[in-house]
Design a protein around this ligand. Structure first.
Ligand code: SF4
Ligand code: SF4
Length: 456
């Protein structure tokens, strides 16, 4: 079994509610609300207007600079192009499509005649046009990760850890669609020019490991599966790289700094579907679970499906439900409305009911040091908390707050229930704001100096 990383925690995985249930297809929603920002980078510009007819797979959002295009997930009529509530916070420009239930496929969706004859450049172009991003939640554009890593990356890793409690969509994908994962991994090996791709999977998914190993043997694929210890956050990119290669990503660095590129299981399936079928990202498998959900399930639904539709498909929510989270319980974001919709990075929707809330209104640190011992990034959360709550930005920077991956392990371990991770999100923003102010001041100073230079 692959060696583990420093720190981490071992929460109850709570996966039994859904890990033996096959992925269900959602009955087509009457309306989809497709956000124009589902990737790392600037939002897309909508390419359609109210009244337009769209088809499945048609490009409806164009990216600029760093990003990925966005496609219609149902056929029908555009009813609105306007800001709507977004799972990552606030409102975001969205294209609202009324489903005509005809499931008409766009002429833009064309399968390559011979996928295995494609050049590396052609495959990267297909990945780009398919709008593939890090589907595990990071949402970094996949074509950029591939093209930027070629020649520098010698270890391609598929992240099958799925270490957050409750979430089982990747596990079910391993069991039900192992050919897509192994096929996508094989294309990634070809694109990076490496002999082998490693899929890291926590050992609580042994039947998923067996299913993929069977396909690897049948296809003689250049892929191996590496069982990993169950320890949160094993699925963090840096922790996964360390567990598999034994090498540590340097502070402030990326997996590419140690020759690694990491892709999510779902991303790998999207690569396979794009290269073999020409299909862009129009669907997502979402785990709907938690104590407040009547019948927890894994559901595949069109991108843009309102979360209220997913909850209805699970029998609704129980009386006394008090919290809705998009994402896992450790890193997800609490939501104030079910009007948010499923985006490319949405892996789970959790609802909690009953007596599970353990927050403390005004918590006090008891200096036990547990947060330090579990931080996988070797940070000192108790000091970072103090600095962030007092707006001590220089001290925050010196404490390397920007290396915090917001994994939530410190908050989970803290016996005093100090709101550590929440405070670190705010603290990181303080550091970013300071950097932006300094940059603006430097630019203004340079501009002011220009006439003087000319005169001289
Ligand atoms: S949230 Fe940040 S500080 Fe806390 S354990 Fe994770 S990386 Fe460390
Ligand atoms: S775990 Fe909580 S109580 Fe203990 S030192 Fe860290 S912040 Fe303080």
């Amino acid at each position: 079994m692959a060696q583990a990383f420093f720190g981490g925690v071992h929460p109850h995985d709570m996966k039994a509610a859904t890990n033996e249930k096959a992925i269900e297809q959602l009955a087509p929603p009457a309306v989809v609300v497709i956000p124009m920002s589902m990737h790392f980078g600037a939002p897309c510009t909508p390419l359609v207007k109210v009244g337009d007819h769209v088809k499945v797979g048609q490009k409806i959002g164009e990216f600029h600079g760093l990003g990925a295009p966005i496609h219609a997930s149902v056929s029908g009529t555009v009813k609105a192009v306007e800001p709507r509530p977004y799972s990552m916070g606030g409102n975001i420009m969205s294209v609202v499509v009324e489903n005509d239930f005809q499931d008409e496929l766009s002429e833009e969706v064309k399968a390559p005649a011979d996928p295995d004859a494609l050049t590396v450049e052609e495959m990267i172009e297909i990945v780009k046009n398919a709008g593939i991003v890090g589907m595990g939640g990071a949402t970094f554009p996949t074509h950029v990760k591939i093209s930027g890593g070629i020649g520098k990356v010698d270890t391609v890793i598929i992240n099958g850890a799925e270490c957050e409690p409750y979430i089982t969509g990747d596990h079910r994908t391993m069991l039900e669609r192992p050919e897509e994962i192994i096929g996508g991994a094989t294309y990634l090996a070809k694109m990076f020019g490496v002999d082998k791709v490693v899929i890291g999977v926590e050992v609580n998914k042994q039947n998923g490991i067996d299913a993929m190993n069977k396909v690897i043997a049948e296809k003689k694929a250049p892929v191996t599966v590496e069982p990993l210890r169950c320890r949160y956050p094993q699925g963090g990119e840096k922790q996964l790289c360390q567990a598999i290669t034994g090498k540590q990503v340097p502070p402030g660095g990326l997996p590419a700094n140690i020759g690694c590129a990491v892709f999510n299981i779902n991303t790998t399936c999207c690569v396979y579907r794009a290269i073999t079928q020409g299909m862009p990202v129009v669907k997502k498998v979402v785990t709907v679970s938690g104590s407040g959900v009547v019948e927890p399930k894994n559901i595949e639904c069109p991108i843009g499906t309102p979360v209220s539709n997913l909850l209805d498909a699970c029998g609704g929510v129980k009386d006394g439900s008090y919290k809705l989270i998009a994402g896992g319980p450790m890193m997800g974001m609490a939501q104030y409305t079910t009007d948010i919709s499923v985006a490319k990075g949405t892996g789970s929707i959790l609802v909690f009911a009953g007596n599970e809330e353990q927050t403390v209104e005004t918590p006090h640190c008891i200096h036990c040091g547990k947060c330090v011992s579990v931080c996988p990034m070797h940070l000192e959360p108790l000091f970072m908390y103090r600095y962030a709550s007092k707006n001590m930005v220089d001290e925050l920077e010196a404490a390397h707050i920007m290396d915090c991956m917001e994994c939530g392990a410190c908050s989970y371990a803290c016996p005093a229930r100090v709101h550590l991770t929440h405070m670190f999100k705010l603290g990181k923003q303080l550091v970013k704001d300071k950097a932006a102010k300094e940059k603006a001041a430097a630019e203004a100073a340079a501009k002011a100096a220009e006439p003087a230079k000319k005169e001289a």
